[in-house]
Design a protein around this ligand. Structure first.
Ligand SMILES: [Zn+2]
Length: 112
């Protein structure tokens, strides 16, 4: 049986999620200078996750950076779902600039 390779299937699902305006996860070893919209970059190396970086969903143009190092305070955990979408725990509350407060759940921004 010639099935669709899993990697291709996942890439397609991630594309669909993106088209729906969801945030998707991209694992990188260096943060890009200009983050693509609705892409949560997980920066790390050798299986370690250091931080997540993504453009603020409010549209203010700021890049939000969150520590993913276990034990860091404040620190976050990120989950990449089967369709490539991102969930962050706990919520994000910017103390500077736009003061945005939101949850990122399965790629969707839930404003507080
Ligand atoms: Zn903002």
């Amino acid at each position: 049986m010639a099935g669709l390779p899993v990697t291709l299937l996942r890439a397609s699902l991630s594309w669909v999620a993106r088209r729906l305006g969801r945030h998707t996860v991209d694992f990188v070893d260096e943060e890009p200078d200009t983050p693509a919209p609705r892409t949560v970059y997980v920066v790390g190396e050798d299986g370690h996750q250091w931080f997540a970086a993504f453009g603020c969903p409010c549209g203010c143009g700021e890049t939000i950076k969150l520590s993913l190092v276990p034990g860091d305070r404040p620190g976050w955990r990120i989950r990449r779902h089967w369709d490539g979408t991102a969930s962050l725990t706990p919520s994000v509350w910017r103390q500077v600039g736009c003061q945005s407060h939101f949850w990122l759940r399965k790629g969707r921004t839930d404003w507080c």
